[in-house]
Write a protein that binds this ligand. Sequence first.
Ligand SMILES: CC(C)(COP(=O)(O)OP(=O)(O)OC[C@H]1O[C@@H](n2cnc3c(N)ncnc32)[C@H](O)[C@@H]1OP(=O)(O)O)[C@@H](O)C(=O)NCCC(=O)NCCS
Length: 118
Amino acid sequence: MSTHYVNHPDRLRCSVAVDDDGEILGFQSLKRATEVNAYGLPEGWGIIGTYVNAKAAGRGVGKALFASSLDAAREANVTEIDATIGAANESGLAFYDAIGFHTYQSKPGAVCKKYTLA
Ligand SMILES: CC(C)(COP(=O)(O)OP(=O)(O)OC[C@H]1O[C@@H](n2cnc3c(N)ncnc32)[C@H](O)[C@@H]1OP(=O)(O)O)[C@@H](O)C(=O)NCCC(=O)NCCS
C-alpha cells in the first residue's frame, strides 16, 4: 500500500474514508501518468483505483472518495482520468459509469473508461 500508493512518486492524492470509530471504509488512489506508464496512457492523464470495504458498499463511500480525487485532479490540471477495470467486474464497471466515466477502449480482459474534466 505504501510503496504502490501513498509514497509513490506519481501520487496526486490518496483519499481514505473512515467511519466514526476510525475504521477504514474505503480508499482511492489518483496518480499522474508519466511519460512511460504501465497502462500506455498519454502523459499527464490521471490513473484512478478504488477499493471500498464490502460491508460499506452502496453507501456512497466510493462517490465521496471521487469528489476528493476530482479536487486533486483539478488542482493538478489533469484533464482526463483513466479507470481500467476487469471486464468481469460488473460492480466496478457500473460504479464508474454512475460517477461519469465513459468507455473509450477495451483490452483483453479489461475495459478502459475515462472521465473528462470540464
Ligand atoms: C465498485 C466500488 C468501488 C463501488 O463503491 P461504493 O462505495 O459501493 O459505490 P457508491 O455507493 O459510492 O455508489 C456510487 C454510484 O455507483 C453505483 N454503483 C456502485 N456499485 C454498484 C453496483 N454494484 N451495481 C450498480 N451500480 C453501482 C451506485 O448506484 C451509485 O450510483 P448513483 O450515484 O447514481 O446512486 C466498490 O464496490 C468496490 O470497491 N469494489 C471492489 C473493488 C473494485 O471493483 N474497484 C473498482 C475497480 S478499480
